[in-house]
Design a protein around this ligand. Structure first.
Ligand SMILES: Cc1cc2nc3c(=O)[nH]c(=O)nc-3n(C[C@H](O)[C@H](O)[C@H](O)COP(=O)(O)O)c2cc1C
Length: 384
């Protein structure tokens, strides 16, 4: 079975093509799209792919290991699963599938505040290893309650998101009238009827809901009211005043996600974050954004010894991960790649995507004759 999957889907592109066939259009486009004219999403990947690496064939070389340390923890590979909201809409039960696969492969899984699995369930599946991404609530009491739950769930890392001060302008979602649960327009119903496996699984697992937020969401809200409730409850805007109490309360590692400038990096260091994830949200928020690999090239050499610098946005392969690690990242995350895997292969998608990316990444290390992940920066060619 695994061998058959490996030969049919050897790349993230193959998984994306298959997922597109199995997921209703409104849900696939929510996953797949960037924002505005889709400039940032494509620039992220094309800039990563400009990075060139140099092999050292005549060096005395043993075997390479993909094990990587970040934030005081050791993982089996230098990549993890980024937080993605509404996962159950794109593939029923997908957060469980991905959390289980991440746990089995010893890589981090980050649970989004607004996904369709609760903090408690994520912790149960991963034996307390799941990281939690927090959208900052407007009310301090709600914030404190969520933080307490993350602590009780033994989350080792709290990831505070800073790059959604407003919703991204996403023409596809606007056209599709995307909402949770999906609007039952005739077009959407026809799209669902055309995807029977997705529809059967949705029947099996039930309508996706924001599981972590269930205790705070009044029952019986219609769609418009649910949207208004979410808008009122969360404010993406962060500043020092809002961050200080979180740093004071959270005893575990604290990471700021969505950093895209030197100034925000300096602030994150001053405010006591343990790490940052350089990210432009996979090109979903600011279409005029700098590609994250460009930010990394500027920020890693200056601040890499003061704070752990991770990166996401645009990676789709082992060589992309190697290029990013060689550019100075301590760790990487991917969002869409794993969701394509689950959309394409259901239960087998998490395991297959991780195995495939690890195989691709290890091949690059072996080809470069690089034994340790932390030695990858020695292989970068500095002429971009
Ligand atoms: C469909 C979708 C939903 C997302 N939802 C969240 C979210 O709820 N919280 C968050 O911090 N980031 C969210 N992100 C951003 C990802 O965590 C990550 O930054 C991005 O996917 C990385 O880019 P990549 O998809 O090119 O790997 C989302 C991304 C996608 C594609």
């Amino acid at each position: 079975m695994a061998a058959k999957i490996n030969s049919a889907y050897p790349s993230v592109d193959d998984l994306r093509t298959k997922a597109k066939k199995r997921v209703p259009k409104f849900a696939f486009e929510y996953l797949d799209g960037g924002c505005n004219e889709d400039v940032s999403i494509s620039r992220n990947t094309s800039d990563i792919r400009k990075v060139q690496l140099q092999p050292r064939y005549l060096r005395n070389y043993g075997t390479s290991s993909t094990k990587t340390k970040v934030l005081g923890m050791e993982f089996d590979a230098p990549f993890g699963i980024a937080p993605v909201g509404l996962q159950g809409l794109m593939w029923p039960n997908s957060p469980e599938i991905l959390a289980k696969a991440a746990y089995a492969h010893n890589i981090p899984f980050i649970l989004s505040t607004v996904t369709t699995m609760s903090i408690e369930r994520a912790s149960e599946i991963t034996e307390g290893k799941a990281w939690f991404q927090l959208y900052n609530p407007v009310e301090d009491t709600l914030r404190d309650d969520i933080i307490k739950r993350a602590e009780a769930a033994q989350c080792p890392v709290l990831v505070l998101l800073c790059d959604v001060p407003t919703f991204g302008y996403r023409p596809r979602d606007i056209r599709n009238g995307l909402a949770l649960p999906p609007k039952m327009s005739l077009t959407n119903i026809l799209q669902i009827l055309g995807k029977p496996t997705w529809a059967m699984n949705t029947l099996k697992y039930g309508q996706p809901t924001f599981e972590t937020l269930k205790p705070y969401t009044p029952e019986g809200l219609n769609l418009r009211q649910l949207g208004q409730f979410m808008d009122k409850t969360f404010s993406g805007r962060l500043n020092e005043e809002k961050i200080k109490p979180i740093r004071d309360k959270w005893k575990g590692k604290l990471v700021l996600k969505g950093v895209a400038s030197e100034q925000d990096t300096q602030d994150a260091i001053r405010m006591g974050f343990d790490g940052i994830i350089l990210s432009n949200h996979g090109g979903r928020q600011l279409d005029a954004a700098e590609s994250t690999i460009h930010s990394l090239h500027d920020i890693a050499p200056k601040y890499g010894d003061q704070i752990e610098i991770m990166m996401d946005s645009g990676m789709r392969s082992g060589p992309d991960i190697a290029r990013t690690m060689a550019s100075g990242a301590k760790f990487t995350f991917m969002g869409r790649s794993f969701m394509y895997g689950v959309g394409a292969l259901g239960n087998a998608g998490g395991d297959h995507t991780i195995t495939m990316l690890k195989t691709q990444f290890k091949q690059v290390m072996d080809q470069l004759c690089c034994e340790r992940v932390e030695d990858l920066p020695q292989h970068i060619i500095k002429k971009q």
